[in-house]
Design a protein around this ligand. Structure first.
Ligand SMILES: O=P(O)(O)OC[C@H]1O[C@](O)(COP(=O)(O)O)[C@@H](O)[C@@H]1O
Ligand SMILES: [Mg+2]
Ligand SMILES: [Mg+2]
Length: 342
């Protein structure tokens, strides 16, 4: 077994001391988020032993069936971060409305938005799941926190990250200074820096998309995937590999480790819904991580981090990962839009 590296606590303390834009109260908040993720890792690991598998028999605001672990993870986040003096309020995939935190004390400086358990269709089949979080500045001097205070574009995030509950548990985060990955050492119960300053290679031969939706995609996406499938004998002149885990956390982790492009594009299954993934607690935090690691994140028409949310649970098309590949897809969108305008 290898020796211990730097712990998350040491890393955060150093970040604050070096004045690299990491404020002391944000560092404390990140430590608090990490602590909840640790407890969720243990719950996920216990699986059937603790009776956490299966559906909860309820639906969330989006009409999706909640798994027991969705509910448990949501409550764990609300309970733990509700006790933080740095949090003014929270919003979650599993809550219809915002969850203000104040109760008799001065309001914290941050809003935390999260997907408490991402990939919940994978829980019962023992495949990787995770927690995605986004930290935004809280408004100063408002008497009552409202949903509109959360509706900030991803560029405003002061921290974004995820915990991945896989063969090992990892915490991957950015505060705007690159992307660092930590592995939970189960022997000491600490997150240890194992993947400092990740960089996503600009080129890739690996794509991730749910191919079962192919007939519902727009022409630029049809073209891009068709060309990937044609491989070395097609216009791209190279063979591609495909992956689909159905846990965004696991897909983005793969992209951060070895490159690739991940897409959940617009599709016409439900025309009023501009995509499957949620902007505020799936797309935006992942887009910040990917951009901070040198990759790119787009809806096809604009950078995800520039999308102004108009609803907490807003959906958005997502195309992110290796920079040159994302550029290839967006160029097809731009071209189609230009052709339609002429
Ligand atoms: O059903 P599909 O198309 O495979 O959807 C998979 C996508 O849905 C999600 O699981 C949605 O997340 P939740 O489990 O938090 O609802 C993403 O992680 C993933 O990319
Ligand atoms: Mg999710
Ligand atoms: Mg979820």
């Amino acid at each position: 077994m290898r020796n211990q590296g730097k712990s998350l606590t040491q890393f955060l303390n150093e970040g604050v001391r070096q004045g690299l834009g990491l404020e002391a109260d944000l560092a404390v908040l990140i430590g608090e988020i990490a602590a909840v993720c640790k407890s969720l890792s243990y719950a996920t690991r216990a699986g059937g032993l603790e009776g956490v598998l299966g559906t909860a028999g309820t639906e969330n605001v989006q009409g999706e069936t909640q798994q027991k672990l969705d509910v448990f993870a949501n409550e764990a986040m609300l309970d733990s971060l509700g006790a933080s003096e740095h949090v003014a309020g929270m919003a979650s995939e599993e809550l219809t409305d915002i969850h203000p935190v104040s109760a008799g004390r001065s309001r914290g400086r941050y809003l935390v938005v999260f997907d408490p358990l991402d990939g919940s269709s994978n829980i019962d089949v023992n495949v990787s799941v995770g927690t995605i979080f986004s930290v935004l500045p809280a408004p100063a001097g408002v008497s009552e926190l409202a949903a509109q205070h959360f509706l900030q574009p991803g560029r405003e995030q002061v921290c974004a990250g995820y915990a991945l509950y896989g063969p090992s548990t990892m915490l991957v985060l950015t505060t705007g200074n690159g992307v660092d990955g930590f592995t939970l050492d189960p022997r000491v119960g600490e997150f240890i820096l194992t993947h400092p300053q990740r960089r996503i290679p600009a080129d890739t031969r690996e794509f991730a998309i749910n191919m079962s939706n192919q007939r519902f995609w727009e022409p630029p996406m049809q073209r891009y995937i068709q060309e990937c499938l044609e491989g070395s004998s097609g216009p791209r002149g190279k063979d591609f590999n495909m992956r689909w885990v159905a846990s965004m956390v696991a897909e983005i982790h793969r992209v951060l480790i070895r490159g690739g492009i991940f897409m959940y594009p617009y599709d016409s299954r439900e025309p009023k819904r501009p995509g499957r993934l949620r902007l505020m607690y799936e797309a935006s935090p992942m887009a910040m991580l990917v951009e901070q690691a040198g990759g790119s994140a787009s809806t096809g028409y604009k950078q995800i981090l520039d999308v102004q949310p108009d609803d907490l649970h807003q959906r958005v098309p997502v195309i992110l990962g290796s920079r040159n590949e994302v550029t290839q897809v967006t160029s097809y969108h731009t071209q189609t839009a230009a052709d339609a305008a002429n």
